[in-house]
Design a protein around this ligand. Structure first.
Ligand SMILES: Cc1ncc(COP(=O)(O)O)c(C=O)c1O
Length: 394
């Protein structure tokens, strides 16, 4: 089947976060929205059809998620990631962030330390520090745009008896790494040695590009046992983030029971009727659409790379191993982070996520979402070029 990712689907009038909150975040409503990690593509036809069919029933009361739901997840993980799980390991959650929050509440106490690897998805900061835990930043190491981990620092941070949890982003948002086996092994060894629980956020796992493969930490290292919770969702993969449907996979029964109890205590267990419908349709019938999507995203990423090489070779950019989020290094333009941000908004009229919102390491960077038709991405690139021309004509 052909899927038309070139189609411009107007989002105006749909209350899209990406559009409606531009004034709040950028102080302008006329900026091209290349921020927020959702895509401007229609969900797979199978998902749309399943939701339309269900909508036509006209009663939308409380529902349960049964074997169809867990069965779809089991086969998806087996087919996509060669991960064989039991249905009993799955716990529904309304989002990956809620899953992380439940884990933080259940498996750490106020004042305990939680490690994150910065620069990273901004809510990782607030979910730790605004819930009374102490944030420990394990800075990634950047070398010519490619990011690796500082294992020495990680080991030292994990060895602190107050450190209870490591919230891990794999693949990593925003640096686009799909972590390799030897990197995952070092983390697993450190966390086993120092008894630190890994909350592995694998929300972008289905979006590995350019032949990279997602490796599921929990599957690779069964020795982690009761020290790992894997958080996944169809939301990024199939562009259904507004349906609030995710899940955690926990093979250790005691750990799973505690997670389950806390999820219910926090009243996070009900979920959204349409989310379950979408997950099942996407996981059962969306694999072909996903392959086509990844191909389109690769084309977009290559188009961006070529444009940068030809028009602004000083901008640092490495093709992502995964995700539809590109991480640009504008430091050579010599602007302060706030001047860079303002120039993008005021001169370029383009809204990307500001690098510093991911942490101090993001100063001078911007994150662009390429989950849009090529014409939109081209428009975005021209806007960035306009900023560059203004900077270089000073
Ligand atoms: C790494 C990461 N985790 C979690 C989320 C949000 O997940 P959810 O909407 O399921 O809470 C995002 C969204 O961009 C993300 O990039």
């Amino acid at each position: 089947m052909e899927y038309n990712f070139n189609e411009i689907v107007p989002r105006k009038g749909t209350d899209a976060f990406k559009l409606e909150l531009r004034e709040m975040f950028f102080g302008a409503n006329d900026v091209l929205p290349l921020w927020v990690a959702d895509m401007d593509f229609k969900a797979p036809p199978a998902v749309v059809k399943a939701m339309q069919d269900r909508a036509s029933h006209e009663i939308y009361g409380y529902t349960v998620r049964d074997k169809k739901f867990t069965g779809a997840i089991c086969s998806w993980l087996r087919n996509q990631h060669q991960w064989n799980i039991e249905a009993e390991w799955i716990e529904f959650s309304p989002g990956v962030l809620p899953s992380i929050m439940v884990a933080i509440y259940e498996f750490s106490e106020p004042g305990d330390k939680v490690i994150i690897q910065t620069p990273v998805y901004p809510p990782f900061y607030s979910i730790v520090s605004e819930n009374g835990r102490e944030l420990v930043k394990n800075s990634l190491i950047e070398t010519a745009g490619y990011y690796t981990m500082d294992f020495e620092a990680l080991e030292e941070q994990a060895s602190d008896p107050k450190t209870k949890i490591f919230v891990f982003s794999n693949p990593h948002n925003p640096v686009g790494r799909a972590w390799k086996r030897d990197e995952l092994k070092r983390i697993a060894d450190i966390c086993i040695k120092h008894d630190v629980l890994i909350v592995s956020d694998e929300i972008h796992s289905d979006l590995c590009l350019f032949g990279n493969k997602h490796l599921v930490m929990a599957d690779l290292f069964p020795g982690l046992g009761n020290r790992i919770i894997t958080c996944m969702a169809p939301s990024k993969t199939f562009n259904v983030a507004g349906l609030s449907t995710a899940y955690a996979v926990i093979s250790d029964k005691k750990l799973k029971d505690r997670f389950h109890k806390r999820l219910w205590a926090m009243q996070q267990h009900m979920g959204n009727l349409f989310g379950g419908i979408a997950l099942e349709a996407a996981y059962n019938d969306g694999a072909e659409w996903l392959e086509a999507l990844k191909k389109y995203l690769e084309e977009n990423a290559l188009m961006v790379r070529d444009f940068i090489q030809q028009n602004m070779p000083e901008v640092g950019f490495v093709l992502p191993e995964a995700t539809y989020l590109l991480w640009f290094d504008f430091r050579k333009w010599g602007l302060s982070p706030s001047k860079l941000r303002n120039a993008m908004i005021e001169i370029g009229k383009v809204a990307m996520n500001d690098g510093v919102s991911f942490g101090a390491e993001g100063a001078g960077f911007q994150r662009m979402n390429i989950g849009s038709p090529k014409t939109t991405i081209k428009d975005g690139l021209q806007r960035i070029l306009k900023v560059r021309n203004a900077v270089y004509s000073r």
